[in-house]
Ligand binder design. Structure first.
Ligand code: HEM
Length: 515
């Protein structure tokens, strides 16, 4: 291997994070006798290998999924667990304490740095640049500091204002109804509906087709062909769905687990660069087609009918394109897997499903709020979240549980583990949507739990930009499903895997009975 080929890898550290916030050590009280970093509990270290040998076959962390890793670390080492710097990965801290998470999230809420997409940052800032196609705007997933703030201040009003998002109600309902029609059509085909009405098709692909069709309609303002019954496997729609899975898998392999990609172009690194490129090409295909159509028709579109892309195009074309590309990456597996989790939990808790159906039927005004529906989704995200937690890089020194935490540490707040602790949510393994609704004197009242044990959409100025869209999509679709079908689960409990996000594994033993 020529050294020139390796050079970009050596340079990576320079591009990953630009710290613009000043170091403020006031968070550490100098009179405190704080214990040092090395005193924080964590797996033992060996010379050269550091703590990585624990991830090798026979090691205590070998082949654990991220949720399993969280549970193991918390049970064995306690609420704060240390991983030392190694192979280009900075100091990393796993946090299982809601109060400390609150402190960190509040304190890092000026220009928060969220780690976790370093390989995508590398692709967008270095790899593409070497292919002479890079642009300076890299988007919310990968920008930090002032560039992130500028970008976010432009897209926030378009994507986060509840009033603006409400304008998409009818469109999103149209997609939900088309998906229900597709379900009914497919389920009537004997080949897809086996004994006991059990689904025999790829249920996760079906849910991804729904989520892609929905996010594309909001982001681009156009219908794709996701519900076309003759959609080929190599269609841009199905390829995009597949490449999104591949990307999240790559992020876990390169950015969460020990990997040598920063020094050497490993196979996983090469696969990741190919996936990032393909996602960009496919997203651009849909975006360019949309812009072309807009230019040809030059229709005067009412403000409430404009897509996110059209609204952003009027402000800045580069931002419009990058935001649509990111929506077609971050808005697919997230909503589809949250819905699969919610359906699984409702199928296994028939009393809650009946209560939800009754509440949905009792609403006569479409604009009326649906607190029980929201509570069902909140409870699903508590028990089956798509991410194990949130993360920030410390830009100040902290006193955390008596330990001095330096700057530049990647701190992963393990909300999935915290949200399943009895002290945070009583009877944590039980699916109880009511906990989000009951009043203060009820021991289950969610306000009695620490609010920072549960943060499915993140926190503060860096919170998920797609949150309002995701909630609208999921509430609309879940409502239509529960209105139309009684959903049951057949066979052994579902298992999950982590591949960047948490996914429910097949077989998807759902039974959908017409009502
Ligand atoms: C159930 C659905 C979803 C969940 C649970 C979810 C969760 C999250 C979380 C936890 C974060 C990190 C927030 C933080 O660091 O504080 C995030 C960021 C983000 N999400 Fe989502 N997300 C969902 C759907 C979507 C959708 C539909 C989009 C499409 C627009 C989207 C786009 C993004 C983007 C671009 C960011 C980066 C925001 C920034 O750093 O400023 N997400 N999401």
């Amino acid at each position: 291997m020529q050294t020139s080929k390796l050079r970009p890898f050596y340079q990576l550290a320079a591009v990953t994070i630009t710290r613009t916030a000043s170091i403020d050590t006031t968070v550490v009280n100098s009179t405190n006798q704080l214990k040092a970093w090395k005193d924080i509990p964590g797996p033992s270290s060996l010379p050269i290998l550091g703590q990585t040998h624990h991830f090798f076959p026979g090691g205590e962390l070998y082949s654990l999924s991220l949720p399993q890793l969280g549970e193991h670390l918390c049970n064995k080492y306690g609420p704060i667990v240390r991983f030392d710097e190694l192979w280009g990965k900075p100091l990393t801290l796993f946090l299982f304490d809601a109060e400390q998470s609150a402190k960190l999230l509040h304190s890092e809420n000026w220009l928060p740095i969220r780690p976790g997409f370093n390989s995508l940052i590398y692709y967008r800032k270095k790899y593409k640049r070497s292919n002479e196609t890079a642009c300076d705007l890299n988007g919310l997933l990968t920008d930090h500091g002032e560039p992130w703030k500028q970008f976010r201040s432009i897209v926030n009003p378009v994507l986060m204002k509840p009033k603006t998002i409400k304008l998409y109600n009818a469109m999103i309902d149209e997609v939900a109804l088309d998906m229900i029609a597709r379900f009914i059509y497919y389920f009537r085909l004997k080949s897809l509906r086996g004994n006991n009405n059990k689904i025999q098709s790829d249920f996760d692909m079906e849910m991804n087709l729904w989520s892609l069709e929905s996010i594309a309609l909001v982001a681009l303002g156009r219908r794709l062909r996701c519900f076309d019954s003759h959609l080929p496997q190599n269609s841009p729609e199905k390829r995009l769905i597949k490449v999104v899975h591949d990307i999240f898998k790559s992020v876990e392999a390169l950015d969460f687990k020990p990997s040598l990609w920063k020094y050497y172009p490993t196979k996983a690194y090469r696969r990741a660069m190919k996936s990032y490129e393909e996602q960009e090409i496919l997203a651009r295909y849909f975006i360019d087609k949309t812009i072309e159509e807009l230019n040809v028709h030059k229709r005067v579109i009412a403000e409430d009918k404009k897509s996110v892309l059209e609204k952003l195009l009027e402000i800045n074309k580069d931002i419009a394109v990058v935001m649509a590309t990111d929506a077609l990456l971050a808005g697919v597996d997230t909503t589809s897997n949250t819905i699969i989790g919610a359906l699984y939990l409702l199928a296994n808790n028939q009393d809650k499903q009946d209560a939800l159906r009754e509440k949905i039927r009792s609403v006569t005004d479409e604009n009326e709020k649906r607190p029980y529906l929201k509570a069902c989704l909140k409870e699903s995200m508590r028990m089956m979240p798509i991410t194990v937690g949130n993360a920030r890089v410390s830009t100040k020194e902290y006193d955390m549980l008596g330990y001095q935490i330096p700057t530049g540490v990647e701190i992963i707040m393990m909300h999935q583990t915290m949200a399943m602790m009895e002290k945070n949510y009583p009877r944590p393994t039980k699916y109880i949507p009511e906990r989000w609704l009951v009043n203060k004197d009820d021991p289950l009242h969610h306000g009695n739990a620490h609010p920072f044990a549960y943060q499915p959409f993140g926190f503060g100025v860096r919170t998920c930009i797609g949150r309002r869209i995701a909630e609208l999509e999921m509430e609309t679709f879940l409502k239509r499903l529960i209105e139309n079908f009684k959903i049951e689960w057949f066979g052994p409990p579902a298992t999950t895997r982590s591949a960047g996000l948490n996914y429910v594994n097949g077989p998807y033993n759902f039974i959908f009975k017409d009502l």
